[in-house]
Design a protein around this ligand. Structure first.
Ligand SMILES: [Zn+2]
Length: 92
């Protein structure tokens, strides 16, 4: 059966390991996040964070929408995504 060179293939999520490592490995505060609320792009280090013992609410510095929340509880640490549209390693 002929297939166009640009056809999508369907595989399981293991294929993501290398691709995600390219974004998530290294210092997370240098990752650039894009806000779905206002479109601002900024390094996570430049966001505004409200923090207590159990959570860190990460807000867009431009529009104050919650980009993501980092929760720390008995089950460990987890990230709840909010208005974070894009997360990338590299230039603004
Ligand atoms: Zn924003």
């Amino acid at each position: 059966m002929m297939r166009a060179d640009n056809a999508m293939s369907t595989v399981d999520g293991n294929v993501l390991a290398g691709m995600l490592a390219g974004v998530l490995d290294g210092d997370a505060t240098t990752l650039v996040g894009v806000c779905a609320g206002c479109g601002a792009a900024a390094a996570l280090a430049e966001t505004v964070v409200e923090i207590d013992e159990t959570c860190a609410i990460v807000r867009c510095r431009s529009c104050t929408h919650t980009l993501l929340t980092v929760l720390r509880d008995g089950e460990g640490v987890r990230i709840v995504l909010g208005m974070l549209r894009e997360l990338r390693r590299g230039a603004l």
